[in-house]
Design a binder for this molecule. Structure first.
Ligand code: MTE
Length: 317
């Protein structure tokens, strides 16, 4: 991604887990002299307290439904795409350390009978989030297995009653320029926006996540609340959502505005359709060394393929 100014990061440029672990040990060892400006400038990919507090761990042997192990909490929270902070994946966690994720409000409006603004606390009380272990496949050809905590977006949408004219859902990320230095870049058409067709949004796999690994949703992963659509490339899973609008027309999205031929509206994971600049046939699971084959619809074909019956999947990439 990073389209506007810099050549895209090749998928091979993934920090091997060994490097992470080594750095983590280094950070722990360096803890005594933390506070030194020099050190602060070169190390801190981990939130300050992550080096001293035990990270949440998965129940031993916990996997997704394909038997794939969960990605480490440290990797999920420190290898992050969040361009409102920075395009440097490993710099986001530090920049987002003091980002306020609570209280958090989401406005739901547009073609609905009952427009309403909800607080995330409200949503959690109403919809009782549950654990959903999903694969996340980034368009850059890396992937993770993430134990989200969330609830189906369908529950919320049904409560606001979309009108008969509503065909799409548009999502928008918060803009806090004082806290999000990446927003200074004029190269991206902020705010970050994404969209789904209404039937995709109503699919049970589509969730709004309020946590991960059984805990809160860290700011760098999209707290207060984010969308997760596991059969689509990760850029569809928009973070820090503050607006949800029901529309009649297909919404414009940040990435399709930048490069429509590279980041289409549908963006379903499809190993048979290469990105114009790299192959999508395989991926690197963060924490593993060997590449693995990318699965059609990221392994969720049985649940979602019917949504695209009769469509040219190559065209609608
Ligand atoms: N949402 C916002 N607001 N800004 C972003 O830069 N990056 C997207 C998506 N949502 C992004 C975003 C991309 S490219 C990916 S792969 C996923 O978030 C990454 O989610 P994660 O960092 O929690 O793994």
């Amino acid at each position: 991604m990073k389209k506007p100014n810099i050549p895209s990061i090749p998928p091979s440029e993934i920090t091997p887990k060994e490097v992470y672990l080594t750095r983590r040990e280094f950070i722990k060892a360096a803890g005594v002299i933390a506070g030194s400006l020099v050190l602060a400038a070169c190390v801190p990919n981990l939130p300050e307290d992550a080096s001293t507090q035990p990270a949440p761990t998965a129940a031993p042997g916990k996997t997704d439904e394909l038997g794939d192990a969960l990605t480490q909490y440290e990797d999920i929270t420190n290898y992050v795409n969040y361009y409102e902070f920075t395009t440097n994946k490993q710099g986001v966690a530090r920049l987002a350390r003091d980002f306020q994720t609570s209280p958090w409000d989401v406005q739901v409006y547009g073609l609905v009978n009952k427009p309403q603004t909800f607080s995330v606390d409200d949503l959690v009380r109403r919809y009782q989030p549950e654990e959903r272990i999903y694969r996340l496949r980034c368009v850059e050809a890396w992937s993770m297995v993430i134990p989200w905590v969330g609830f189906p977006l369908a529950k919320l949408l049904k409560d606001v009653e979309p009108t008969a004219d509503a065909k799409y859902v548009r999502f928008e990320t918060i803009m806090r320029p004082d806290d999000m230095p990446g927003l200074e870049s004029p190269l991206y058409p902020w705010p970050y926006q994404e969209g789904l067709r209404l039937d995709e949004a109503l699919h049970d796999l589509t969730i709004l996540a309020t946590g991960l690994y059984g805990g809160e949703l860290p700011a760098q992963n999209g707290g207060g609340i984010r969308l997760v659509v596991p059969w689509k490339y990760g850029f569809k899973s928009i973070k820090a959502v503050v607006k949800i609008e029901l529309t009649a027309d297909e919404p414009s999205t940040l990435w399709s505005r930048i490069a429509p031929n590279e980041y289409g509206f549908y963006a379903n994971v499809n190993p048979n359709v290469d990105h114009p600049r790299w192959s999508q046939a395989s991926e690197r699971r963060i924490g593993e060394n060997d590449r693995r084959k990318t699965l059609m619809f990221n392994g969720y074909a049985e649940q979602v393929a019917h949504l695209y019956a009769g469509m040219d999947l190559a065209k609608f990439y």
